[in-house]
Design a protein around this ligand. Sequence first.
Ligand code: NAP
Length: 527
Amino acid sequence: MATPMMAKPEQGSASGPTVWKAFLGGEWRDSSNGATATLIDPSTGEVIGTVPKCTRADAKAAVDAAREAFDKGPWPRMKPKERAAVLQKVAELLVANQEALSLLETRNAGKPIRQSSLFDMGLAAEHMGYFAELATSVRWHQKISQPDYEGTIGTVVKEPMGVCAGITPWNLPILMAVWKAGPALAAGNTCVLKPASLTPLTTLELAKLFEQAGLPKGALSVVTGSGEEVGDTLLTHPGVDKVSFTGSTEVGRTVLAKSSLTVKRTTMELGGKSANIILPDADLEKATDGALFGIFLHCGQLCESGSRLLVPAKEQEKIVARLVEKARRIRIGLTQDYETDLGPLVSDGQRTRVEGYIQYGLDQGAKLSFGGNRPDRPELRKGFYLRPTIFSGVTPDMRIAQDEIFGPVLSVVPYENVDQAVEIANSTIFGLAAAVWSEKEAKATRVAERLRAGTVWINDYHMLSCHAPRGGYKQSGIGRELGENALEDYLETKHFFYGRESPLIPIARALVVPPAAKGGNEQPPAA
Ligand code: NAP
């Protein structure tokens, strides 16, 4: 189905699958060798359309265009408030096109429509507006005193970094594109986005909104194609100054290694295995709702998903009974149905991977308390569905307690006391997020302080504020996105030293150039 904003003739027609083009250096183009990739609706298994499978040459052309736009184009030279106006316009266009974009996200990523319209699109517009505000709040020039050199002054100047590459995952396509392009462009950089191969569509639509909002040519490209080819080119191209990557820890390690060869600046937002801790005094009604929301939003395919539920051992049976009773009410369904709570996995491959983890759970002796298989309703058979799954009696060493599964699988891990709960919570390689449920906020805060995670919710889950920095401890990442310093990682810092009168300066210069009266000891060249 085509929507008004997708109805550009070159982007396909209303009937049949749509043919999308990549946005390379300000032009909508096919890949240089004509190769395409087919996109599937995870809910129905139907073909949605094709996108160009761009080559290394296409990725290189996009970087070269971004380099040119940075070195010679107007964008980095515009006033911050002029750049902010373009971003603000995009934020407004995101709102105006919310319905069409939600539908596209739903079809491409397999998100239930209620989630994509309320969560993804709402946040995308709000966050783009926030980055527009930040563009004007940067202290671009700051005079500093240099008391160590009395009589001199210095100026600290912030400048855009250059060409920024943004590589994004399939689970939050438009939001991640906004988190990459938004701060990079707000800071005056140019940007090349590489969306995930499975879900590039709303990122392409975002580029269209930037075009409409008047972003100069070449300042943004969207190169569709594989990580091995397009992603790799961005990591190794010397013309890229900064890489902002969101994806798995495994691929993140490769990204870091390759980016280091040309000493690129990096921001890494990686995987998670978040602990959701129910303390003995928690309100179990709220905590069990929060636990199910924590794990089953977007079918467990969120980096911060609360995939480990830590419960007091004595309460495990009671808590699991409540979880199961509530999980029965979760409505699995087609993603375009507004009643659907739980959609499919993003692909058949991802479903098979998650089923592998369900088998590990069984093999290692966890108790399957709910789900664990595919729904058998005929209308869901062509999609990539799995029932919400709850394991109990999980021990911290099991794979389902250590690995990021990225699917609708909750591991309930019992603990004996709070110290042990903290130890278990901190016992994975990840440190992205966590939550603590307790009727006593101060007590929950003391537990939260002991957790090695970048975000800790207290009596809540998933809530995201663009005013707060977000990122991971340990192998969940490097750096922070969002928050008032979100542009800092996209800026270089320069110091101007004005050598005015200072008693120290003649002394310092005399270290090399002796005062004229004393003369030097260099011998004149032989005649
Ligand atoms: P992924 O497999 O790591 O891929 C992420 C991106 O990297 C994709 O665009 C992928 O392209 C690209 N890529 C793959 N191999 C590459 C290579 N050798 N060089 C350069 N780029 C390469 O992750 P995913 O499966 O798409 O997404 C799920 C992961 O993202 C989970 O681990 C989740 O926790 C994480 N995530 C983290 C956050 C956060 O804020 N911390 C947010 C969302 C998601 P292809 O699609 O072509 O493979």
